[in-house]
Design a protein around this ligand. Structure first.
Ligand code: ZN
Length: 486
């Protein structure tokens, strides 16, 4: 069946077009010749006919073992595909094996560019945990199995197909569409990916909007019921606690034993309920969750939005939904303890690492000062750990891009609820948002069971083949809607 992408949600939108715009349009038509001028909504895409091509690229990408350090193999593949379509590419590499690739389709310049990006690296595998070859892209039980099958090769495939289809169809663009395949997202210790690009090639990827991993969609009873758009993420703001005292013999108890001071401090900060604070994204998230959840759960979410009921609701989430509890606050989680050299030795120093994840608007320095007050022990000092990603403000919900994503989700997954979400983890959107690029997270649909049993970075990773095609269609629809001519 042929589907006409875009028509459903473009038609009802009428608005006045300024005269200068009309003239500009006419000039463009005249300059290009009517034959090459194709508006996005007039261009039908026969998606069923594209399934085999989409699947072929997706499987080929999963079959490339691009464990961190081998990203150029993916770049070589993408370069071949894009250039065969007549799309020129640029590669930027700080290290030859870890190249990044950029391709740009030019618009008429009336709007600033749209950046679609995905990372090419995958995390490592323990082969013995896999029932199939982790780089085989084996098709079994309706799934494509392999490392990267969720993270991040569906986004990479969708972006690639979108570029190919834009080029083939000759869709006229109001803004440039920039394709970026970046290395070193999972392990960027050398700064070969986003940090390198931000530093040395920012002009090549600068945009008004960006779209990449960091959202998702839920399947319930065989239907996509919820699409999450990632609009914000917490800021890693890790710190070390260092307790010091006199070293001594294990047979002689000392009040200044650093282990005693450190463990008391760790307990205090680990159980500290930091202040709850909602932002535009999390407020909308809990409002929407209240609207679609069963009554008892809905009551919890509603209570969060009411200052009188928030305490008991927080206590419930702390126990039953730690991820949502974390969305309410800057969180402090002790993750590493280091102390001691022998059973009969009191060490002079003991150390703990805190994985602190700050709300996007947190004043991190003031938060560290608060932490010192909570610990209330001069024998323990707080040492901030330098971070590789900058603080990043949340992206807005009212933008042209967010609205297009919401409309596209409702067109492709009828009856779906669209929810903005704040990730408690960190992504390369942080660097983009820090530069003022409104950035939004997407992801293919999966069932809650699949998210638990076959997650990104899990022992075994897989994606339902049936989730891949609508996801590509979603990306294409958003891009043509936001970048296509008006
Ligand atoms: Zn990823």
């Amino acid at each position: 069946m042929e589907k006409y992408v875009g028509a459903a949600f473009r038609q009802p939108r009428t608005r006045e077009i300024p005269m200068t715009r009309v003239i500009h349009l006419l000039v463009t038509v005249f300059a290009l010749g009517a034959a090459t001028f194709v508006s996005a909504q007039a261009r039908p895409v026969n998606w069923d006919a594209l399934h085999s091509e989409i699947l072929q690229h997706y499987r080929a990408l999963v079959q490339i073992d691009s464990t961190s350090g081998h990203e150029t193999k993916v770049v070589d593949y993408l370069k071949k595909v894009l250039e065969a379509e007549g799309i020129s590419t640029q590669t930027f590499a700080l290290e030859p094996e870890r190249a990044n690739l950029v391709a740009r389709l030019k618009g008429n310049g009336s709007k600033r560019p749209l950046l679609i990006l995905a990372h090419t690296d995958v995390v490592g595998v323990q082969r013995e945990k896999w029932p199939v070859d982790p780089f085989g892209a084996v098709m079994k039980d309706g799934y494509v199995w392999g490392r990267g099958s969720k993270d991040d090769k569906p986004v990479l495939t969708a972006n690639l197909m979108t570029m190919v289809l834009l080029k083939r169809s000759g869709v006229a663009l109001d803004r440039d569409v920039i394709f970026l395949a970046e290395s070193g997202e999972e392990a960027d210790l050398a700064g070969v990916g986003m940090n390198y690009l931000m530093r040395e090639h920012f002009a090549d990827i600068d945009a008004e909007f960006a779209m990449t991993e960091g959202g998702g969609a839920d399947i319930e009873n065989g239907r996509v019921t919820r699409v999450n758009i990632g609009t914000a993420e917490k800021i890693p703001a890790r710190a070390r606690l260092v307790a010091t005292g006199m070293a001594g013999h294990g047979s002689v108890p000392r009040l200044d034993n650093p282990l005693i001071h450190l463990s008391a401090a760790v307990q205090k900060v680990g159980l500290w309920q930091t202040p709850m604070r909602l932002n535009e994204t999390t407020r909308a998230y809990f409002e929407k969750m209240a609207a679609i959840s069963p009554p008892d759960r809905s009551a919890i979410y509603k209570a969060l939005l009411d200052p009188k009921g928030a305490d008991s609701a927080q206590a419930f989430l702390r126990e039953h939904s730690p991820g949502e509890y974390s969305m309410l606050r800057t969180s402090v989680v002790p993750t590493i303890l280091k102390a001691g050299v022998g059973a009969n030795v009191i060490p002079s120093e003991a150390e703990a690492t805190l994985d602190i994840r700050a709300l996007p608007d947190e004043n991190v320095q003031a938060f560290y000062a608060e932490l010192v007050k909570v610990i209330d022990d001069p024998a323990v000092r707080v040492e901030p750990i330098p971070q590789t990603r900058p603080p990043s403000p949340a992206s807005k919900l009212g933008t042209e891009m967010y609205q297009a994503m919401e409309r596209a989700a409702k067109t492709i997954y009828p009856g779906v609820t669209v929810i903005p979400s704040m990730s408690t983890g960190a992504s390369d959107m942080a660097q983009l948002r820090a530069k003022g690029i409104q950035s939004y997270g997407i992801g293919p649909a999966s069932t809650p069971e699949d998210q638990v049993n076959y997650p990104s970075h899990g022992d075994v990773e897989r994606l339902a083949e049936s989730s891949l095609y609508p996801f590509v269609q979603y990306v294409w629809t958003v891009v043509t809607e936001v970048a296509g001519d008006r």
